[in-house]
Write a protein that binds this ligand. Structure first.
Ligand code: ADP
Ligand code: MG
Length: 438
């Protein structure tokens, strides 16, 4: 546009004036309708302001339909404009999201409130408004794909609105562990502590994966203490209650009890439908209400899968280039049916299947006999309960004649390992799984 502008002036003005006034001027920045033009001297600046500002505004408007605000600066002044310009760039590349690793989709705006999450949502709002004061730490627990990460990050986003200068950090417990171990190896503990212990809000996701490599838990404990002592807000998530996380040391468990623990339970049909509707709206999809609730009826325990189902239906419709209807959705989701049966499996069914498979009695699995022919099937049954049902560890243990949850974990880990090492076991487990899913 500037070139065009020069051209039009060249035609209008005599060459001397053009060369004196127009030629040396150059636009250096355009931001928010403010056009900054650099001219070589103060004299020229005055001339432009007096004689050309109105004209340039007019020409610009004619060419682009936009009203601009021209500002003329000398080279000295231009320096500072260029600096603010680069500062602007820096601040846009370093948005808060970038610094805090928050996903911009996970806000309160996009979160649908329903029965299973309304307590958690309310607590999250309180914490975002008034961090560090009431519910500290705030602990969310619940199954996979129920919105723990979403809600946790929403707190981060909201806090940036209410407290724009707050320092916020979001990490998964795995990232925390890796970060910590890297810092040790690179001799950068000071930086690590600087990073984690100076935040106003620390969000640690999936705390059940916090393992004690090289003293990670010790470091986490100390980070926690330091932040807590300074009334900094801490938000944690896990798939179960702190005292059900076998790898979590007691002193951390008791710290977490100082705050508020809220569970998130699977959404009811109405909430699932509302979530789908919101998603469909966000993506401008035309889907009738009965189709939305049909899809919501197909997947009942995991919102990520629910979203996946919507994508699937959408893709299916695109391939067939037809509208999204209930029958089309049914067609598209046929293959997912197997998956939905999974969550309805009970410990009893698994025990029966496993004992049939190995020609044992269910009572053998529940008993205490330690012969090899029984121990491995028992462990496989426990493994499958962990894999295929939503039962908590203690509950699974209880169903196996009152064993405690550490036995279940041991069994799980043992079979997990065996499957990798032993082809026969692997085949057996796969076969039992297939029977269960028929
Ligand atoms: P979790 O961390 O509990 O495994 P996520 O927070 O990752 O679950 O949620 C899984 C997906 O479901 C995400 O895409 C998230 O945006 C979506 N989701 C979960 N709960 C809700 C909700 N109440 N409203 C809208 N979307 C949700
Ligand atoms: Mg998560």
């Amino acid at each position: 546009i500037w070139k065009e502008l020069q051209e039009s002036y060249r035609k209008e003005m005599n060459p001397v004036s053009y060369n004196t006034w127009i030629e040396p001027a150059k636009p250096i920045s355009f931001y928010d309708n403010q056009l900054i033009i650099e001219v070589p001297t103060t004299v020229q600046k005055n001339y432009w302001e007096k004689n050309l500002a109105g004209k340039i505004l007019e020409t610009f408007f004619m060419m682009s339909g936009e009203e601009i605000l021209p500002t003329f600066v000398t080279p000295d002044e231009a320096e500072s404009y260029k600096q603010t310009e680069t500062k602007k760039e820096e601040s846009t590349t370093k948005t808060p999201e970038h610094r805090t690793m928050l996903n911009s989709k996970y806000t309160f705006d996009t979160f649908v409130i329903g029965k299973g999450n309304q307590m958690a949502h309310a607590a999250a709002l309180v914490v975002a408004e008034d961090p560090g004061s009431i519910y500290n730490p705030l602990f969310f627990y619940g199954g996979v794909g129920l919105g723990k990460t979403h809600l946790t990050q929403a707190i981060g986003h909201q806090m940036l609105v209410t407290h724009p200068n707050a320092k916020i950090k979001y990490v998964s417990s795995e990232n925390f562990t890796n970060d910590f171990i890297n810092s040790i190896q690179k001799n950068k503990m000071e930086e690590f502590r600087n990073e984690y212990r100076t935040v106003d809000l620390l969000l640690v996701d999936d705390i059940q994966f916090l393992v004690n490599k090289e003293g990670t838990q010790e470091e986490f404990f100390n980070t926690f203490e330091e932040l807590y002592r300074n009334n900094k807000q801490i938000v944690l998530t896990s798939d179960r209650l702190p005292n059900e996380i076998p790898t979590l040391p007691q002193r951390l468990v008791s710290r977490f009890a100082w705050g508020l623990s809220v569970d998130i339970t699977p959404p009811d049909l109405e909430t699932r439908t509302a979530i789908l509707r919101k998603k469909a709206e966000a993506e401008n999809l035309e889907i009738p209400d009965d189709t939305l609730s049909y899809i919501a009826g197909q997947i009942d325990s995991n919102i990520r899968e629910l979203e996946g189902a919507l994508v699937r239906v959408q893709a299916y419709a695109a391939i067939q280039s037809s509208d999204i209807t209930t029958s089309l959705a049914a067609e598209a989701l046929k293959a997912l049916k197997v998956g939905t049966n999974l969550s309805q499996l009970t410990v009893e069914q698994i025990q029966e299947e496993v004992s049939d498979y190995y020609h044992l009695h269910v009572s053998d699995l529940k008993g205490k006999k330690r012969t090899k022919g029984i121990v491995v099937p028992r462990q496989i049954a426990m493994y499958l309960c962990r894999e295929l049902t939503d039962y908590s560890l203690p509950k699974v243990g209880a169903e196996f004649g009152g064993k405690d949850h550490t036995t279940v974990i041991h069994a799980y880990e043992k079979i997990h390992q065996l499957i990798k090492e032993d082809q026969t076991i692997q085949n057996e487990v796969t076969e039992i799984k297939n029977h269960l899913m028929e």
